[in-house]
Ligand binder design. Structure first.
Ligand SMILES: Cc1cc2nc3c(=O)[nH]c(=O)nc-3n(C[C@H](O)[C@H](O)[C@H](O)COP(=O)(O)OP(=O)(O)OC[C@H]3O[C@@H](n4cnc5c(N)ncnc54)[C@H](O)[C@@H]3O)c2cc1C
Length: 431
């Protein structure tokens, strides 16, 4: 049985950024990365399965000022990394669009609070919006209030390529692809990891398999008060109406991003509109065997059922989720969705939109069965020589900061060293 200091399970952007940070900035070299598919980043972090945005806290209008500050720091590591490595991103314009009196008022306040934090952002009026994104103004009512916060310096990132780059930059390391971890047990000072092909031992384990991490946490007796609300996000594709990312103002009660439109990071001729959120009983989109994984996690516990009923019976949720289900109706769905997109592109035609088949992912939103509430943001469970990462949006944007936090803990577990100063210096963002 091969023995490692650290085993990382899951080769998405979370697992690979931890591998990179360990290899480059610590004296731990005996590491293994285990992945169930035959490629790096085939699930949430794949280019097609997320919005490809570097969320840095400037256009996320549901964030508090404190959250904007912390996300800016956390996401700046990725901005710096992609600036230094070719082919992982494109710099594209980005705007937060406010439509109607109430939203315009909110945007002005939002901007006032953040103009020093994000000095590259500026407010632009109808005339300037028409210059930078003509389709946003074309066909819009003359008397409709409209304002936007705008920058040319947005980041569209291929998080799949970013994950591959982390692996390449890590140099020599054991990587076991097509190995699904079935079981993790603890035996004295080691964890025993059983995959479909082999069994190995590791002193420290990092479980970075998105929603599935919670299953192994439960298996080892951790965080039994947490379950998942899997929120799927799909997209419609259309012609190149917009040149940059156009985000809209957020409904504060919803944990998923407001609808936006943007060009695909690798194909500017395609615009993607979404995400369209709906609750699905599965952990991995388009993988129907993951319904079983969801049920194993859920186990029909009474408190879990009560929590989910309480959450989805909130009128804000169920109206939103039911309405979004309409968009799945073949042929008619795209016409219904076009009405929503009119806020961004008033002249959009349903006939120009196409349901993005195979595009989209699942956000593993955490639900606390004690409070029966959705817990926003990512979840990290730290156990005895083991860490579990569950990473809803913006998990990809903040992956290197997450890696920094995990690596600090890992060196503590093993009595090794982390050159955090060098990490911070190398990845300082020069915006
Ligand atoms: C619609 C949508 C839009 C999003 N947009 C953005 C965005 O614009 N910006 C942003 O920052 N974030 C965004 N996110 C969130 C982001 O995609 C995720 O936070 C991030 O990709 C999670 O990375 P991960 O490595 O934790 O998970 P994943 O990329 O899913 O990686 C987990 C890996 O674990 C593997 N695995 C699973 N089970 C096992 C097992 N038993 N054994 C071995 N391997 C296993 C999987 O195959 C996979 O490769 C979005 C999410 C959704 C759903």
């Amino acid at each position: 049985m091969k023995q490692y200091d650290v085993a990382i399970i899951g080769a998405g952007v979370t697992g690979t950024s931890i591998l990179y940070t360990l290899k480059k900035y610590t004296n731990i070299k005996n590491i293994v990365l285990i992945e169930k598919y035959d490629q790096i980043a085939k699930v949430q972090s794949a280019r097609t399965n997320n919005s490809q945005t570097l969320h840095i806290g400037d256009i996320e209008s549901h964030y508090t000022l404190e959250k904007s500050k912390s996300v800016k720091k956390a996401a700046s590591y990725v901005a710096s990394y992609v600036d230094a490595h070719k082919g992982l991103h494109r710099n594209i314009p980005k705007m937060l669009l406010a439509v109607g009196k109430e939203e315009v008022k909110r945007l002005k306040l939002w901007y006032e609070e953040r103009k020093e934090l994000f000095p590259y952002m500026r407010l632009i009026n109808r005339e300037e919006i028409a210059t930078v994104e003509p389709k946003v103004i074309e066909g819009r009512k003359e008397n409709e209030d409209i304002l936007a916060m705008y920058t040319e310096k947005g980041y569209a990132i291929d998080y799949g390529k970013l994950s591959e780059s982390f692996v390449q930059e890590s140099g020599e390391v054991d990587i076991f692809l097509t190995q699904k971890v079935k079981k993790i047990t603890k035996e004295q000072d080691y964890y025993i990891i059983i995959t479909n092909k082999k069994t190995l031992r590791a002193k420290v384990v990092v479980v970075a398999i998105s929603g599935n991490s919670l299953y192994f946490a439960h298996q080892l007796g951790y965080a039994k008060n947490l379950i998942l609300l899997p929120v799927a996000g799909s997209f419609f594709c259309g012609p190149n109406y917009v040149k940059g990312k156009v985000y809209t103002m957020q409904n504060h009660k919803l944990p998923f991003a407001a609808v936006h439109g943007d060009p695909d990071v690798m194909n500017q001729n395609i615009n993607r509109f979404g995400p369209i959120a709906k609750v699905l009983p599965m952990i991995e989109r388009f993988n129907y065997s993951s319904v079983l994984d969801f049920l194993k996690l859920f186990r029909f516990r009474f408190d879990a059922i009560l929590s989910l009923i309480k959450i989805v019976s909130d009128p804000i949720y169920y109206r939103y989720v039911l309405w979004n289900m309409m968009y799945d109706i073949p042929y008619f769905g795209k016409f219904a969705f076009a009405r929503e997109i009119e806020k961004i592109i008033p002249t959009v035609k349903g006939s120009a939109l196409k349901y993005g088949k195979g595009i989209g992912g699942i956000r593993p939103q955490i639900v606390n069965v004690d409070t029966k509430m959705v817990e926003m943001g990512e979840a990290k469970i730290i156990g005895n020589q083991i860490i579990f990462n569950i990473t809803p949006s913006p998990g990809a944007s903040v992956c290197l900061n997450n890696a920094r936090i995990d690596v600090k803990k890992i060196v503590e577990f093993l009595g090794k060293e982390f050159d955090e100063e060098k990490f911070n210096k190398d990845l300082a963002w020069r915006s």
